[in-house]
Structures are given as structure tokens and as C-alpha cells.
Design a protein around this ligand. Structure first.
Ligand SMILES: [Fe+2]
Ligand SMILES: [Fe+2]
Length: 240
């Protein structure tokens, strides 16, 4: 299968993702839009980036209910679960994704996006929760297995993925309602996410220059801003 064949959102595996984990499917489409815009600015292979975005979280379709984007704002199953178990369940979407990708014979370059998009970062929220409950835990028990991103492409997916999740986790209604002020909020989130991945040494094997980081930051802010602006305008129109 070529990258071009699979960089089409109606491929069979993506249709399964859409049916079984609609929130994750939507998240992947948003990321594809964001990463394509940045890739274009940096002169990267946008077909590859888009395909990587579509497939990076396919592992979530084995247990969609474990992931917040598929919970429809309802009950979060992790609220009543041990933090260690929650973390293990979340982290396993990488391994599950690699298995599904292997079965579907997805090219190696796409499997790299699945394997590397969380690098060896941690599920910090659950680690902190375990510590606050007085559990005896090790930091390493809450970390993804890695590897860190080995290419600029997978590193860019890591940034885009985390930015999208962070913007979504921020008070979306507030972002939509604040119209013009949403820009500075989005700018702050994007800068914080990039800095946190730098602090976690995730880009050691993927050479980005300072200039690249500036382009990534500016492009993500501008595309996210236009997404939220569109929703803001639609909301106002609905109220009329
Ligand atoms: Fe993921
Ligand atoms: Fe993701």
C-alpha cells in the first residue's frame, strides 16, 4: 500500500475508527488539518503527514471508552479506577495501534507515527493522582515505552497532537465566546505545549531549528484561531 492510497479518510481501517471511536476519528481529522498546514510551511511531505495523523491513534478503537474524546462529556471511567491501571490502559493504545497497523499491512513509515507520537513522555496526571493518594509508585511506571520521535515528521505529530488535546481540554466554550481574545489564549497553550516537550527532551533525535519552532507555533495558532473563530461566528448566528 502506498502512502497516497491510505491518506484518504475513507479507507476501511479509518471507517472502522469512525464507527467505533468517533471522537478519536474527529481528533485525527483535526490533527490532519493542523499538521498539513504546518508541513506546507516547512516544505515537508504533506501526504505522509496527513496519513500519519489519520492513523496515529487507531489503537484507541480497541477500547474507545477509555479515552475522553469518546466519552461525550459523560462519565469518565478513570474517576473510579486506580491511577496505575488508568495509566496502563491509556498507554496501551500505542501497542494496540501497532498491532492493528501490522495486521492491516500499513507501511513502516505510518507505523512510526503510531510508535513515536508519545515518545517516552509520561501520563503525568495519573502519576500525580497516585502520589496524592499516597500510593508507592515509580515515575517510570507511568511512561510510554518510546522511542522518542526519530524524524521531523513524527516529532511534528507529537506537537500537533498535544496542542490539539490541550486546546480541547481548555474551556472550549470560553474560547469560543471570547472571540478575539481566544488568540492570546491559544498562543499561550501552543507555546506551553512546545516548551514542555522540549523540557522532556523529546526532540533529541529530530532536528528542529529555532526558526522551525517559530513557524510551527505561528501556523498552529493561526489555524486553531480560524477554527475557533468559525465556531464563534456560527454560535452568534444561531443565537440571532
Ligand atoms: Fe495517542
Ligand atoms: Fe492523538
Amino acid at each position: 500500500m502506498t502512502i497516497r492510497d491510505i491518506s484518504n479518510p475513507s479507507s476501511p481501517l479509518l471507517r472502522d475508527l469512525q464507527r467505533q471511536a468517533p471522537g478519536t476519528y474527529q481528533h485525527s481529522l483535526t490533527i490532519a488539518t493542523l499538521i498539513e498546514a504546518v508541513g506546507m510551511e516547512l516544505g515537508m511531505d504533506t501526504n505522509l503527514l496527513r496519513a500519519g495523523a489519520y492513523y496515529h491513534d487507531i489503537g484507541k478503537m480497541r477500547h474507545p471508552e477509555r479515552f475522553v474524546e469518546n466519552q461525550g462529556g459523560g462519565k469518565n471511567i478513570h474517576d473510579s479506577m486506580s491511577p496505575m491501571l488508568s495509566s496502563m490502559e491509556i498507554i496501551s493504545h500505542v501497542k494496540d495501534g501497532l498491532e492493528l497497523a501490522y495486521e492491516a499491512k500499513l507501511p513502516r513509515r505510518i507505523r512510526d507515527f503510531i510508535a513515536e507520537h508519545h515518545g517516552d513522555t509520561s501520563t503525568r496526571y495519573f502519576y500525580n493522582k497516585a502520589v496524592s493518594l499516597g500510593e508507592k509508585v515509580e515515575w517510570s511506571q507511568f511512561c510510554y515505552p518510546g522511542p522518542k520521535p526519530q524524524s521531523r515528521e513524527t516529532a511534528l505529530l507529537m506537537i500537533t497532537d498535544s496542542v490539539e488535546a490541550a486546546v480541547r481540554a481548555a474551556n472550549i466554550r470560553e474560547l469560543e465566546d471570547s472571540g478575539g481574545q481566544a488568540v492570546s489564549k491559544i498562543e499561550k497553550i501552543v507555546s506551553q505545549v512546545i516548551q514542555s516537550k522540549i523540557n522532556e527532551n523529546q526532540f533529541e533525535d529530530a532536528a528542529f531549528t529555532m526558526k522551525d519552532f517559530t513557524v510551527i507555533r505561528k501556523t498552529l495558532v493561526s489555524v486553531l484561531q480560524s477554527m475557533y473563530h468559525t465556531r464563534h461566528v456560527k454560535k452568534i448566528e444561531r443565537r440571532k
